[in-house]
Design a protein around this ligand. Structure first.
Ligand code: PGA
Length: 249
């Protein structure tokens, strides 16, 4: 069975005082919560891992380097992330693909490092507004999926997040039909490549302007197993209702 997952991506927001939002979230979790992953900025990983100990929440990083170690000033390896107690790492977020020119093969290499460090990867894919306007969405998704995912992907090490770039941080959300079309397409491509047994257990998240008031509708869509949430994960009072909506499905 696929597990349901709510992932909060804090991006470059929050310092030590933001850990109080994790403390505030814990008592707001539903009785049978889905798995929750919070991805704070790297300097908070250790403290955040301590804060969630013994709860349904685990901690993830927002990126890792594609090499195991070496002369890469300012970078952070997957093993260092695992050492903080984190369980997950986001790779290939569109903000990194755009601002750091990360290619599909970079994303694949990062995922390989993450897996060897024992981390689960949340691999992000998604089309731009130009791609969608040109009716290229499924081609872009197919290319990113095959290029970013290596043959070692399983339900135990991989989560895929579909995040249309034009929906991130904009308040614009695709129609339910558009979300379903892309999620069904991703599932079908995974089945073609990995077979039913593996493809069936890789969770597919939707991301891009998920808020308390639209989460439940999105979660009811077939092949949507949860969400990657940016802005609405920063405050416990916004993230908690999204987690509860997922628990109800
Ligand atoms: P948003 O960000 O929820 O603020 O749109 C989502 C993301 O970038 O992961």
């Amino acid at each position: 069975m696929r597990h349901k997952l709510a992932v909060g991506n804090w991006k470059m927001n929050g310092s030590t005082s933001a850990l109080s939002e994790i403390d505030a979230l814990i008592p707001l979790l539903p009785d049978t919560p889905p798995h929750v992953v919070i991805c704070p900025p790297a300097p908070l990983l250790f403290r955040a891992s301590e804060a969630v100990h013994g709860t349904a929440i685990t901690i993830g990083a927002q990126d890792c380097h594609m090499q195991a170690s070496g002369a890469y000033t300012g970078d952070i390896s997957a093993a260092m992330i695992a050492d903080t107690g984190a369980t997950h790492v986001i790779v290939g977020h569109s903000e990194r693909r755009a601002a750091h020119e990360e290619s599909n093969s970079d994303v694949r290499a990062k995922a390989a490092q993450a897996w060897s460090a024992g981390l689960k990867t949340i691999i992000c894919i998604g089309e731009s507004d130009e791609d969608r306007a040109a009716d290229n969405t499924l081609d872009i998704i197919a290319g990113q999926l095959s290029g970013s995912l290596s043959d070692g992907a399983t339900g135990a090490n991989t989560v895929i997040a579909y995040e249309p770039i034009w929906a991130i941080g904009t308040g614009k959300v695709p129609s339910l039909d558009q979300i379903i079309e892309v999620h069904d397409f991703i599932r079908a491509r995974l089945i073609d490549r990995f077979g039913d047994a593996i493809a069936d257990v890789i969770p597919l998240l939707y991301g891009g302007s998920v808020k308390p008031d639209n989460a439940e509708t999105i979660f009811r869509a077939k092949n949507v197993d949860g969400a990657l949430v940016g802005g609405a994960s920063l405050k416990a009072s916004d993230f908690a209702p999204i987690i509860s909506a997922l628990a109800r499905i």
